[in-house]
Design a protein around this ligand. Structure first.
Ligand code: ZN
Length: 266
């Protein structure tokens, strides 16, 4: 009997500890992999970095271990490019992945490889997201604000008219994959974290002008890894007014530069 009591104590004391929302930006050298652990203990990973012989999968797994996770409950693949989908197959061999979410079935031939890689892990447990959907992560509100080229129609709380769109610079649409991706807003109390992955300049402007559909955010993970030619439209940034900006970049990628060994649109 005493043994049972002994075993229960750590569990009970762990439950008594108040938990925070933890966000891990895993260094995947110009790709993207963002791991969130909600105060409920449930976890969500957005994107899986590059393939590179399992390098990024190992880094994500190390972050998951640091977070004490035995499983990643939810995985969102923002879009089918090498720097976001590349690590998934190796990661799934290191840690179980619960449910998967993606933008849908349209694919350009050049990206078919990454769709196949995603489906090899997620085909039996995937959900296709629409703008306006919520992901049922306990303890964190997850609003899907963009998916498959569509955006939320009504502004979220804090959104409203944005007059900057009248004069702010816009750009032509980028390659389809960079227009179609899943973008999400994560809300925990007053804290709001926006991850639009590589959503292009033109779609950013559509989200922000003439109506700012997002409101202001606390943290913005830069679009296109900080490649400010293809994302980071001023008309959008002055609408969302991030307090903190996180750039997941590598030594030779971002800020307008090419990424080594990748397709130019990554
Ligand atoms: Zn990318």
């Amino acid at each position: 009997m005493w043994l049972v009591a002994l075993l229960l104590v750590p569990v009970e004391s762990a439950r008594a500890q108040p938990r925070n929302l933890d966000i891990y930006w895993v260094d995947v050298e110009g790709g993207a992999a963002t791991l969130m652990v909600s105060p409920s203990g449930e976890s969500l990973l957005v994107d899986s970095g590059w393939e590179v012989d399992g390098r990024d999968a190992k880094r994500i797994f190390a972050a998951a271990q640091q977070a004490g996770l035995k499983k990643i409950d939810y995985f969102i693949l923002s879009h089918f490019h090498a720097d976001h989908a590349g690590g998934l197959q190796a990661l799934a061999k290191l840690i179980p992945i619960g449910r998967c979410f993606d933008r849908g079935d349209f694919i350009e031939p050049a990206n078919q490889r990454w769709r196949d890689a995603y489906l090899s892990v997620c085909a039996s447990k995937r959900t296709i997201l629409n703008a306006g959907d919520k992901i049922p992560l306990k303890g964190l509100q997850v609003d899907v604000v963009a998916s498959n080229g569509r955006l939320i129609a009504k502004p979220l709380k804090g959104g409203g008219p944005n007059s900057l769109g009248a004069t702010a610079e816009n750009k032509p649409a980028d390659v389809p994959e960079n227009q179609l991706m899943v973008g999400a807003l994560f809300t925990y109390g007053r804290f709001r974290f926006l991850d639009l992955a590589d959503l292009d300049w033109e779609k950013e402007m559509e989200l922000a002008c003439p109506v700012n559909r997002l409101g202001e955010v606390t943290i913005w993970q830069t679009g296109r890894h900080g490649a400010l030619d293809g994302a980071g439209a001023p008309g959008f940034l002055y609408a969302i007014r991030p307090q903190v900006v996180v750039v997941n970049n590598g030594p030779r990628k971002g800020l307008g530069g090419p990424s080594p060994g990748s397709q130019k649109a990554a």
